[in-house]
Design a protein around this ligand. Structure first.
Ligand SMILES: NC(=O)N[C@H]1NC(=O)NC1=O
Length: 174
């Protein structure tokens, strides 16, 4: 992808293209557009990361709360975003048997009750077993540690979504 093409995009198209690199947080790409011209894709990613890091704790938790549960209500009802659907499918969340589904439901509920935000992990980089293991392990963290840990996962998700757009979507979306 030619970065000059991206730099020439009006904000409406930029947000259309990059609006979901952080799940359901188009405000972030709308804010980052102000930093054009970008040197390259890594520069866009760096601005997104900086924006997230400057948020107060409540803002970071807000980002986490925009994420759907893994194997949760949105997956059941078919209301996941396209990106999340692909990621959850790749991690095996769409083919859980009923015992696995119940286990995910219980662990997700326990995690949410404990921290007040959903468990977030980069599904594309983890399989079913990793996810269950991480859910149980990260429940032991204190809230501040876990908030930062989860934000690191948001950044991984964002990075892979950005790369995906560059590889496959620029021609079809515009
Ligand atoms: N809760 C959670 O981790 N959700 C996600 N992870 C991911 O890679 N895509 C998601 O939607």
């Amino acid at each position: 992808m030619d970065i000059n093409v991206v730099n020439a995009l009006p904000y409406e198209d930029f947000v259309k293209l990059f609006g979901n690199v952080v799940e359901k947080c188009p405000l972030i790409s709308a804010a980052v557009w102000s930093h054009r011209p970008f040197k390259d894709l890594a520069d866009i990613e760096a601005h997104i990361t900086e924006f997230i890091h400057r948020l107060p704790d409540s803002g970071k938790e807000g980002i986490l709360r925009c994420h759907p549960d893994l194997a949760g209500r949105d997956l059941q009802s078919g209301t996941l975003t396209r990106e999340s659907q692909e990621e959850q499918s790749q991690a095996g969340m769409t083919t859980l048997d009923s015992a696995e589904f119940l286990q995910m439901y219980r662990l997700n509920s326990e995690y949410k009750e404990h921290f007040g935000f959903p468990f977030v992990i980069c599904a594309r980089l983890n399989n079913k077993a990793d996810i269950v293991h991480q859910l149980s392990e990260r429940l032991k963290n204190d809230r501040a540690t876990e908030r930062e840990r989860a934000i690191e996962e948001v950044k991984k998700i964002c990075s892979l979504r950005l790369r995906n757009i560059v590889l496959s979507e620029i021609q079809t979306k515009l």
